[in-house]
Design a protein around this ligand. Structure first.
Ligand SMILES: CC(C)(COP(=O)(O)OP(=O)(O)OC[C@H]1O[C@@H](n2cnc3c(N)ncnc32)[C@H](O)[C@@H]1OP(=O)(O)O)[C@@H](O)C(=O)NCCC(=O)NCCS
Length: 225
């Protein structure tokens, strides 16, 4: 699902079931510690996806450890993002020469718990999310996923926090081809900043897709030419 949302410069790998006995690096095992079974499964399978994507970039396997604020630490010259939710794990990686930032997020396509929408949405987003969708997707969950996706693209690049009220998302959507729904979104950053490459980051363009009971969102910021 996630690969369909990406340009050719981004290599994706995804799993709908956990892979048994995937090898973790010793340092990854240490990070996992005594984590519960659910966490062990998502951690292990998403790292298998990451190594598959690294191979797709022509790079050898490497450990993927959490860094500042749990940001995944990629080999030098690589940018990427990972996501996991029930029934889905994915990694999306690219060469830093092609792409400055990637964010991906996956969620079950179901309603948010009561009160969550009101805590993450700006007034215009709230009005949109409360309007019936002409295509099969839970708008409140889609908004949440797009905001998580924005954060995952933002934080590793900027190394600064971004709150839910700091990005305003607008969506476009289309039905088909094929089952489910898909479309694009635009994230306007309400407190824009410059990244270390000198790019002013004031917005992101993203894409989304919903099917198989899942929804996925993706953002790619191309490197300056
Ligand atoms: C970091 C955050 C976005 C992760 O969301 P989540 O739904 O738990 O994430 P997923 O399960 O889809 O993905 C988890 C992966 O995200 C990645 N991740 C974690 N922290 C990250 C960060 N600060 N930056 C980028 N990626 C991060 C990790 O790879 C993690 O997998 P791992 O723990 O196995 O390494 C969320 O916990 C969070 O802090 N949200 C608040 C900030 C926010 O969303 N602001 C909105 C801005 S508009």
């Amino acid at each position: 699902m996630i690969g369909e949302l990406m340009p050719e410069t981004v290599v994706c790998a995804e799993a709908f079931e956990d892979r048994d006995e995937e090898a973790l690096f010793p340092e990854e095992r240490r990070v996992l510690g005594q984590a519960v079974e659910r966490r062990r499964r998502e951690f292990t399978t998403v790292r298998a996806c990451a190594r598959q994507a690294l191979a797709g970039l022509g790079l050898p396997p490497a450990p993927v450890l959490p860094g500042v604020r749990n940001t995944p630490q990629w080999p030098t010259g690589v940018v990427g993002s990972m996501t996991h939710c029930d029934g889905y794990r994915a990694a999306a990686l690219a060469r830093a020469s092609d792409v400055t930032a990637v964010g991906i997020d996956a969620e079950p396509d179901g309603p948010l718990r009561p009160g969550v929408l009101e805590s993450i949405a700006l007034p215009r987003e709230l009005a949109w999310a409360r309007t019936a969708s002409p295509v099969p997707v839970h708008r409140d969950r889609l908004l949440f996923s797009a905001k998580e996706c924005v954060y995952k693209a933002w934080f590793p690049m900027m190394r600064s926090e971004l709150d839910f009220e700091d990005a305003e998302i607008t969506f476009s959507q289309a039905a088909g081809p094929g089952p489910g729904a898909h479309g694009a979104f635009h994230a306007r950053i309400l407190r824009p900043a410059r990244n270390s490459l000198g790019q002013q980051v004031g917005s992101f363009s993203g894409r989304w897709s919903a099917r198989r009971g899942l929804l996925v969102t993706a953002i790619v910021l191309a490197a300056p030419s």
